[in-house]
Design a protein around this ligand. Structure first.
Ligand SMILES: NC(=O)c1ccc[n+]([C@@H]2O[C@H](COP(=O)([O-])OP(=O)(O)OC[C@H]3O[C@@H](n4cnc5c(N)ncnc54)[C@H](O)[C@@H]3O)[C@@H](O)[C@H]2O)c1
Length: 378
């Protein structure tokens, strides 16, 4: 097997999911490449050493520039906060490295464009970790729509609800709370959560033409962890928007971190002329499917347990009936990336494909300010 030497940047939540995926992928997928955990990079060298010994990384770097200079690294994996993605990705592309980058691709569309230009100029394989595409039930939903089973699509409805920022005592900024700081995150729920919903939506239902949004920042000021001062909160705490897809369907998207009782309730529903589909992250291995062609007496919502060998990805796991979970979506993403290297057909979404989501997020945030419909930029 050919070695694929990985240099990971960031050992937080995503650093763990990616490391787990690189370690497991060859146990479950037959591939020509084997990821090797060469180096973990984070600013705190002591903590990075602890992470390296736990996950089996061979070495540690405290400056990502040094990691990129290394000849023994083939692939740079960016799992650090959003404001670091562009600088790291552009430098990595110039150094000829393959790049896997966490979502959202960038702080905004124009910045994302510079990243797309860099990877395309350098002709390096690249991908963005929109892992929900790799939930088998979500991939199955995409297959059913592509096969035309739903017929003409009328509605797409998505939401992503959490409740972890309701307390006014929660500070903003710094480790783990950089998501509340727009200078680091780019935006609030729009770039963090709706980006996932948008990516899935455009993958399954095609491009969005225009959007009309509203956002709110419920807690206006919070203590900032880095300055120690009470500062204005500049992220969107909640966002809801209407969208018109180019295929004529109408959509609603909603996200908030103020939906008491919901931790990560990502759901979507698609209604077509012949059939409907619904999916829920809290029950991620199931796909709800209603087919109007079924005989009337027994027609109803089917609850498909997506665990069988002929369903997406599942032949690589256990036996039919035994489900998989969240972490497996990252294993699938690595497997798909490697298959892309083998076949020369890049795995989706590439930086260019993920750029569309950035411009939709930009239009959503703009519309919330202008209170008008906004077309999607390029
Ligand atoms: N695909 C998903 O479902 C998903 C889920 C969560 C987060 N994310 C994305 O993953 C990225 C990281 O999020 P997270 O939840 O893992 O964050 P986190 O706060 O848990 O971890 C971030 C890591 O980056 C490191 N870091 C920060 N600045 C750095 C720098 N300049 N150089 C090197 N390391 C640096 C931090 O020390 C930390 O280890 C973000 O872009 C986020 O949007 C994606």
């Amino acid at each position: 097997m050919k070695k694929l030497n990985v240099g990971l940047i960031g050992y937080g939540f995503m650093g763990r999911t990616h490391s787990n995926a690189f370690r497991k992928v060859n146990n479950f997928f037959d591939l020509e490449y084997q990821p090797v955990l060469k180096a973990i990079c984070a600013r705190d060298e002591k903590k990075a050493r602890g992470f390296a010994s736990k996950w089996g990384y061979e070495s540690v770097e405290s400056d990502w520039r040094r990691l990129i200079e290394r000849d023994d690294i083939d692939l740079i994996d960016i799992a650090s906060p959003n404001n670091t993605h562009a600088e790291i990705a552009i430098a990595a592309a110039k150094a000829g490295k393959m790049i896997m980058c966490e979502k959202p691709l960038s702080m905004d569309g124009p910045e994302g464009k510079t990243m797309v230009a860099a990877v395309e100029k350098a002709k390096v394989p690249n991908m963005v970790w929109y892992n929900y595409r790799r939930v088998p039930a979500v991939t199955l939903a995409k297959q059913l729509v592509d096969e035309g089973r739903l017929g003409k699509i009328f509605h797409y409805r998505a939401k992503f609800l959490q409740d972890w920022t309701i307390s006014p005592d929660l500070p903003q900024g710094g480790a783990a709370l950089w998501r509340l700081d727009a200078k680091i995150a780019g935006s609030g729920v729009t770039g963090d959560l709706l980006a996932h919903c948008i990516d899935t939506a455009i993958w399954i239902n095609g491009s969005i033409d225009k959007v009309n949004a509203m956002t709110e920042t419920f807690i206006k000021e919070r203590k900032h962890n880095l300055t120690g001062k009470v500062q204005k909160v500049s992220i969107d705490d909640a966002c809801a928007f209407l969208a018109r897809f180019k295929n004529g369907s109408l959509a609603t998207f909603e996200s908030t971190r103020y939906a008491r009782g919901h931790k990560a309730l990502y759901t979507f529903e698609i209604n077509g002329e012949n059939a409907s589909i619904a999916w829920d992250l809290h029950d991620l291995h199931r796909l709800q499917y209603f087919d109007h062609k079924d005989e009337g007496r027994v027609r109803g919502w089917r609850n498909i347990h997506v665990t069988d060998g002929d369903q997406p990805y599942m032949k690589n796991w256990w036996v039919p009936g035994l489900q998989i979970g969240y972490e497996h979506t990252f294993v699938h993403q690595v497997a798909d990336f490697i298959e892309g290297l083998q076949t020369g057909k890049p795995a989706s979404p590439t930086f260019r494909e993920a750029l569309e989501t950035q411009f939709i997020c930009d239009a959503v945030l703009k519309s919330a300010k202008t209170e008008r419909w906004e077309k999607i930029g390029k």
